[in-house]
Write a protein that binds this ligand. Structure first.
Ligand code: PMP
Length: 362
């Protein structure tokens, strides 16, 4: 491949080109340190500057209140599935989980190792093609927390409201839609996300946790698996993934330069309109299984009249420079991941291709 393609992969995913160019320019001698960034000590001044800048940029861009700590951890969102209940759910206590797909189910499985799980709502009855409304949530009221997956990467659904949970802390896996839109962060007890979709490369997990919750965590857990350890040591208890955080900081700088999260949301909405609009105008050929009020602006899933045509679509799209369109192996079909770094231009290229393909094969 001699040139860059429109990369619709679900994660790791496309990164802004100016960020990639900056990474290249910074090699092999970062800021006249005589070393590449990944060769610097995590205890060095140049690293510390990046660490501090990454946190303050995230705080500024997403309006994260001072009541919440920003942590950079390892082990992916998958480790958070276990670390969360390990810290906040004691035996005999209960947590509410909203089941909106594969990733919610994995979180539920881990929580059951530590305490009781109440399924506050489940969309499994309709193959996860919608997210439950507030009225459909059966919250227990006395749970330690309520857990949700804001965007369902495989099913292609997304919450377009923040559930009201009263005094019970709301905890959200935002792996696939973090910083894709402005949100009132004060409504969340904790937010977590692997960086590899909207924020950078894989290798770092951002955790935003309210101080009050850190204080409530269980004491007798392994040091590395306690939120308090990482709060006390500013995520530098052990060797942090320095290079991933450096790239995350470049992504945040880029986000700021293009107008911040409000501008990004605007672009995401335009991308959604373009792609979902294409289904409406070609509804005899393309079908989106997701209920209209639950459609994701990050992962757009759709079907063609049959699986052979889907295979052909993916192959011909790849030849046309549109990659990563194969649906998740558990559901099949087509999935276009349109994270923050996918420009509207890329989505337009996809809809143009879709028109041509439907005209030829419809
Ligand atoms: N939650 C969601 C919503 C995801 O999309 C993913 C990864 N695709 C995960 C959790 C797991 O993340 P990780 O691979 O970082 O553990």
């Amino acid at each position: 491949m001699a040139h860059r393609i429109w990369n619709f992969n679900a994660g790791p995913a496309t990164l802004p080109l100016p960020v990639l160019e900056k990474i290249k320019a910074d090699l092999p001698n970062y800021n006249n340190t005589g070393m590449a960034f990944m060769e610097l000590s995590h205890r060095s001044k140049p690293y510390d500057e990046v660490h501090v800048a990454a946190k303050s940029l995230a705080r500024e861009l997403w309006n994260i209140p001072e009541s919440h700590h920003i942590l950079f951890l390892q082990g992916g969102a998958s480790t958070q599935f276990a670390m969360l209940p390990m810290n906040l759910l004691r035996e005999g206590q209960k947590a509410d989980y909203i089941n909106t797909g594969t990733w919610s189910k994995k979180a539920i499985k881990e929580a059951k190792l530590f305490g009781e799980v109440n399924i506050a709502a489940s969309a499994e009855d309709e193959k996860f093609t919608y997210v439950p409304t507030q009225a459909e949530l059966k919250l227990s009221g006395d749970a330690e927390y309520v857990h949700m997956t804001t965007n369902n990467t495989i099913a292609g659904t997304q919450f377009h409201y923040t559930p009201e949970t009263g005094k019970v802390p709301l905890i959200a896996d935002m792996s696939s839609d973090i910083m894709s839109r402005p949100l009132d962060i004060s409504k969340f007890g904790m937010i977590y996300a692997g960086a590899q979709k909207n924020l950078g490369p894989s290798g770092v997990t951002m955790v935003i946790i309210k101080d009050e919750l850190v204080a409530k965590c269980k004491e007798n857990n392994p040091t590395m698996l306690k939120y308090a350890t990482h709060v006390d040591k500013d995520s530098l208890f052990n060797t942090i993934p320095t290079y991933s955080i450096y790239i995350l900081k470049l992504v945040l700088e880029h986000m700021k330069a293009i107008g911040g999260v409000t501008a990004i949301e605007k672009e995401n909405l335009a991308k959604g309109e373009t792609l979902y609009g294409a289904f409406d105008t070609m509804s005899d050929f393309y079908r989106c299984p997701v209920r209209e009020d639950s459609r994701s602006l990050m992962n757009v899933v759709f079907r063609l009249p049959n699986e052979d045509l889907e295979k052909q679509f993916i192959a011909e799209a790849a030849e046309a420079g549109l990659g990563g369109l194969k649906g998740h192996r558990s559901v099949g079909g087509i999935r276009a991941s349109t994270y923050n770094a996918m420009p509207l231009e890329g989505v337009k290229a996809l809809t143009e291709f879709m028109k041509g393909f439907a005209a030829k094969n419809g």
